[in-house]
Write a protein that binds this ligand. Structure first.
Ligand code: 6PG
Length: 477
């Protein structure tokens, strides 16, 4: 029997993608490095659709209709290269390999080049939504050649999440564009999670609310403009009680956040591109800080404010202030992420439709939210928008939020509650809108110690001041 598409790598994500395809009536060849997983899949899920099990790379390739379409769902890095090397000698011109793992976009660019030189199509494809999304409809971000998408697209759109009937899948751009966009998605995910965590911390430590009451606050917020998957699961996590101790679940979990690396990649790429993604960077560093036990133990005795709470009039309206600060900081984090996509597109020659990116993130993925409709609308209004912050609707929201936002940041500093996400978002906002920045002084310092030169506000050219001489004469460099 010939299969329409094949999936190799049958751990949870791969298995669920294969099942999703089969449930949509596609015949799926399934293959795994070890046979056990293939057997299990066929044994347990054959009633969901048609699977063609293959117990060798040769059998797998032979079972596919041509041009062959092979989805790889294996760990990023060496494992991916190994599987590609195993399959390529068995393939023919025009066949398509789809890497659905969380690959680094630079690896995807390299692989795409190597495979296209062999006459093969390589599609680096971001998939978001975790296990549940893979099975019931993820958000899909495929890169690679447009021609590959023309034949592959309908199938991917078929298994993707849908919002108002629109598939959460679109061709992102050439070679590594799909994985780049997935990387930034994860960076934004880090920022979003950190901001929510700070809101929780302020409600808990600043207002003295307990986790159950905070869960209710998030449930209420989830009915408004913050409506999103991450807010929804936040209330569920906060409402959960640990069975063994009867304590709030959040109190028995070690407060050391881990990471698999996509947030770090987002920040590294942004540093190279010169795009300030302060929200993502602070979120990534906040995880590193939390996980650095040695540092935290060493710092335990440092003087500070702890245990202080807002009371009386000061506490009044503070929860609403936090909602405002959260929304404003979220806008900043997304604006920064979209700027990174914009810069990546320019650097690597991709033509990425930012409004479409927001559209396919509305469903299926971890950062899915009502808010993304606003972003699509903003790019519809002005496709060349420099920053989302100046879009009329976001600018209005920021204007409405800023008093609250400033109060929250000021109070958190006074209470000794760390809010790197809220604070850095506000600093970014104030930074980009400032008429004059102290960068002028930095330029003066650079010229002083290194003759690095500076430009003047009143005439063109590059100048240097002879700082070591008495007259400190200026010359044109
Ligand atoms: C998704 C998630 C997924 C994964 C993260 C977790 O979009 O479905 O982002 O890719 O759960 O990579 O990342 P960390 O382990 O780094 O938090």
């Amino acid at each position: 029997q010939t299969a329409e598409i094949g999936v190799s790598g049958l751990a949870t994500m791969g298995r669920n993608i294969a099942r999703n395809l089969a449930r949509h009536g596609h015949t799926v060849a399934v293959h795994n490095r070890t046979d056990q997983r293939t057997k299990e899949l066929v044994e347990h899920f054959s009633d969901e659709g048609t699977f063609v099990p293959a117990y060798s790379a040769e059998d797998f390739v032979r079972s596919l209709e041509r041009p062959r379409r092979i989805v790889l769902m294996v760990p990023a890095g060496k494992a991916t290269d190994a599987v590609i090397d195993e399959f390529t000698p068995l393939l023919d011109q025009g066949d398509v390999i789809i890497d659905a793992g969380n690959a680094h976009f630079a690896d995807t660019r390299r692989r795409e080049k190597a495979l296209s030189d062999m006459g093969l199509n390589f599609v680096g494809m971001g998939v978001s939504g975790g296990e549940e999304g893979a099975l019931n409809g993820p958000s899909i971000m495929p890169g690679g050649p447009k021609e590959a998408y023309d034949s592959l697209g309908p199938l991917l759109e078929d298994i993707s999440a849908k919002v108002d009937g629109t598939p959460c899948c679109t061709h992102i751009g050439a070679d590594g564009a799909g994985h780049f966009v997935k990387m930034v998605h994860n960076g934004i995910e880090y920022a979003d999670m950190q901001l929510i965590a700070e809101a929780y911390d302020l409600l808990r430590s600043g207002l003295g609310m307990d986790p159950k009451a905070i869960a209710d606050v998030f449930t209420t917020w989830n009915r408004g403009r913050l409506d999103s998957y991450l807010i929804e699961i936040t209330s569920q996590v906060l409402a959960h009680t640990d069975a063994a101790t009867g304590k709030p679940f959040v109190d028995i979990v070690a407060d050391e956040a881990e990471q698999k690396g996509t947030g770090r990649w987002t920040v590294q790429a942004a540093l190279d591109l010169g795009v300030p993604v302060t929200g993502i960077a602070e979120a990534t560093f906040a995880r590193s800080l939390s996980g650095n036990r040695t540092l935290r133990d060493a710092a335990k005795g440092l003087p500070g404010v702890s245990g202080a709470k807002l009371e009386g009039a000061a506490a009044e309206g503070f929860a609403e202030d936090i909602e405002q600060a959260l929304y404003a900081s979220k806008i900043v984090a997304y604006a920064q992420g979209f700027n990174e996509i914009q810069a990546g597109a320019t650097e690597y020659g991709w033509s990425i439709d930012l409004g479409q990116v927001a559209k396919i993130w509305r469903g299926g993925c971890i950062i899915r939210a009502k808010f993304l409709n606003e972003i699509t609308a903003a790019y519809d209004r002005e496709p060349g928008l420099t920053t989302l912050l100046t879009d009329t609707s976001f600018a209005e929201a920021l204007g409405g939020a800023q008093d609250s936002w400033r109060r929250v940041v000021a109070s958190s500093a006074q209470l000794g509650i760390p809010t790197p996400g809220f604070s850095s978002a506000l600093a970014y906002y104030d930074g980009i809108r400032a008429e004059r920045l102290p960068a002028a002084l930095v330029q003066g310092q650079r010229d002083f110690f290194g003759a690095h030169t500076y430009r003047r506000v009143d005439k063109a050219g590059t100048f240097h001041t002879a700082w070591a001489t008495d007259d400190r004469a200026e010359s044109e460099a």
